[in-house]
Ligand binder design. Sequence first.
Ligand SMILES: *Cc1c(COP(=O)(O)O)cnc(C)c1O
Length: 479
Amino acid sequence: MRSHLLNDTTAESYRRSVTEGVERVANKLAATRRPFTGISPDELAPAVDAVDLDKPLGDASAVLDELEQVYLRDAVYFHHPRYLGHLNCPVVIPAVLGEAVLSAVNSSLDTWDQSAGATLIERKLIDWTTGRIGLGPAADGVFTSGGTQSNLQALLLAREEAKTDDLSRLRIFSSECSHFSVQKSATLLGLGSSAVVSIPCGRDKKMQSVVLAAELERCRAEGLVPMAIVATAGTTDFGSIDPLPEIAALADEYGAWMHVDAAYGCGLLASPTRRHLLDGIERADSVTVDFHKSFFQPVSSSALLVRDRATLRHATYHADYLNPRRTVEERIPNQVDKSLQTTRRFDALKLWMTLRVMGADGVGGLFDEVCDLAAAGWDVLAADPRYDVVVQPQLSTLVFRYIPTAVTSPAEIDRANLYARKALFASGEAVVAGTKVDGRQYLKFTLLNPETTVHDIAAVLDLIAGHAEQYLGENLVHA
Ligand SMILES: *Cc1c(COP(=O)(O)O)cnc(C)c1O
């Protein structure tokens, strides 16, 4: 069994084994004709159930053969141009290379004595990111597992900075389109069930700052504490960006922590043409970025950035065995002092490889391409009488709904759209997402693949219309 340990004597077997795995995936990528096979959980489960984990195959080639049946054959492939579903991106090769390196070396970013150079690389990328945001000379941050964790940590810092023992008086303001991790964080942080004040969005799906101002005033009048305002720079559903300068001014006026959730919109930080859409972000107290969404990085790669590094002390705990207090005086850089995690992956290496190979303009240019594609897709949808489209995209999302020519009830249209989404997924021809707008069922393209074309968008719209028409036709027959 020792032959499976990665070390000096097994380097050759490591090379062979990983090469074979890479070979299989490369073949898969080359042969994949659809983003998905359409298999159902019930159809796939028996293959996984049949595997006896107590009877190992002993040999990686055999396991790769088995993996073909239980995973690779039916995986959802994000590199396919007709994957238009969620905010999970096709990945760039330098980042995948970084992933292979970081897991083999297995640095852990909690302490310097487990990570050495990796800590410095992570710190340099944090500085690069805060520089792009414009957070100023005292800025700092840390890589996290994702936007959910980044938002939780941001709100933890905000809670501690609010300096109130009475948690029931704390209020967080975020738009109705903000990510559910804001609500989840409030619960985890022990705030009351009414802690999150939901601010309505306008038709453009951006937070209405006039309503925010009124709610802040009401909060003050009621003797409550405005702990934080969460502005979303790229809502998950619409890609809309809240009015950051107005929100920053209100955060100043009411003494609230300003957090910008740029999990999706962070790609604009590297965009050669659209950086201005984030103007105002430089006034934030904290910012969430998800490199695994708009920087084409594999899951996971995310960070929390803060304006004032001193605020990170709210996440600092010392353990004699790990990061004793003296290491602070000795100026040993232990990233665990800033993190909610302890053992932590060197995810930063993927972004490092990406920037060193492609440069910021290279990766930002890819995000620009998908934003351009969304703009072109909007034109297609707006001109198509079969579809109602919600909001002109700022980033790379299109939300729309099939509308039949024959008069039917709104509920029937909801069912036709939901049916079309499911039927398309089951066909594997394309993958699209869905959401609700004002209680009605809509469909969604999240465009993150620069290989997707306007032709793909038009073709998928035809497929959706076909499924919806089939549903309505069948249903009319039955009715
Ligand atoms: C995706 C997303 C999150 C959550 O990020 P994860 O990486 O999935 O944890 C938070 N906020 C917004 C706006 C998002 O789009």
